[in-house]
Structure formats: C-alpha cells, structure tokens
Design a binder for this molecule. Sequence first.
Ligand SMILES: [Zn+2]
Ligand SMILES: [Zn+2]
Length: 121
Amino acid sequence: MSEGGCFCGDIRYEIDDGDYVVANCYCTMCRRTSGAPVVTWAVVPVANFRYVKGEPKQLASSDRASRDFCAACGTPLACRIHEKPDEIDITTSTLDDAEAYVPKYSAHTDTKFAWLHALEP
Ligand SMILES: [Zn+2]
Ligand SMILES: [Zn+2]
C-alpha cells in the first residue's frame, strides 16, 4: 500500500498496491492548477483509492473532469474524468514514496514547454 497527502497534512490518502499507468501531463489545465510545468499522474481504479483523513474540495476544471484539492493548502491531489467513472488520477508527487511511481507515458506534449526537454533524459 502507498500513502500520500497534501502539503499541510489535512488530507491523507491510501492506494492499494498495483501495476498502474503513470504518465506525465503537459496540458495547460494541469499547469495552471498545479503551478508547475508538468504533473505526473497515476491512473488508479477508484476501488483501490481512499481518503483516510480530511475531505478535499472539488474544482470543475472543465466540463469533462473535476479535480480534488486541499482547501487549506491548495495542493492538487486527484483528477476525475467523467467518462471514466471507475478511475481516479492521483498526483504522484503527493505520495510519500513518489519515486516508486515512475512515469512511462506522456500526455499533451503539444503544449509542453520547449525548454523542458533539456531537463529530461
Ligand atoms: Zn492541505
Ligand atoms: Zn493535464
């Protein structure tokens, strides 16, 4: 099992062990909601994910998806895509052991900053 949470500690969550798709997203919505040039996500079945402390707020970031974040510190925690109700995407940088979730895919590279490739292998 993996554990994670927001910056201030108000919200904590657990993910059951599994072989999950992990991807970097370079879309403009991830950028704006995180304040970072890239967000790494793990795609987890909702049955394998649970909040164990606190309740996040939801942001309707588009008509296709909503995002969970901590109302106290603002940390983005999860994204729910309406047409995939059995899945929840988790921001892997909020995991206590984020290094264990290695991204193998990229999404929305069309909006990736041109300078970012220089920082990646
Ligand atoms: Zn917080
Ligand atoms: Zn994105």
